[in-house]
Design a binder for this molecule. Structure first.
Ligand code: HEM
Length: 118
């Protein structure tokens, strides 16, 4: 069962790549306000949610490994915020740069929380 956890973690990291990578492709448009939500961001954010919840389930349910509920709760709350911003703005040609910047900052914040919160 540990291989399932490992594969989910690989997909979790692919999700980060997709969300953050999609964001980074738009950074050049910050000055002119020409930024939009690319599909990689929507798919990445959804992948983070599905794999994150599955990781918690596999760790707690099947493997009896510890889960830091406070840390996961904070990561989940941040991701829900990201998902709301990504989903409601996904069809727009131009997105408010403050909203777009917040998506990138919160994604990096979640990476820092995942790695540094011990
Ligand atoms: C943008 C959102 C997210 C980012 C950037 C992110 C990032 C990461 C990173 C870098 C890791 C590997 C380092 C570590 O093991 O701590 C990780 C692991 C993990 N994440 Fe996330 N995460 C996000 C959202 C979530 C959500 C919403 C959940 C659960 C509802 C979640 C659950 C987990 C779990 C359980 C692990 C540990 C996996 C293991 O080693 O067995 N993550 N996350």
């Amino acid at each position: 069962m540990d291989v399932v956890r490992q594969l989910l973690l690989v997909l979790h990291i692919v999700g980060i790549g997709s969300l953050l990578g999609g964001f980074l492709t738009q950074v050049k448009g910050f000055k002119t306000g020409d930024v939009r939500i690319v599909p990689a961001m929507t798919h990445g954010a959804l992948t983070m949610l599905v794999t994150g919840v599955a990781l918690v389930g596999v760790r707690q349910g099947a493997l009896d490994l510890p889960v830091d509920n406070t840390k996961i709760g904070v990561k989940l709350a941040i991701l829900v915020g990201i998902l709301l911003m990504v989903w409601t703005n996904r069809a727009k040609d131009r997105v408010d740069v403050r909203i777009f910047g917040a998506i990138g900052l919160l994604t990096v914040a979640n990476i820092a929380i995942a790695v540094m919160w011990t």
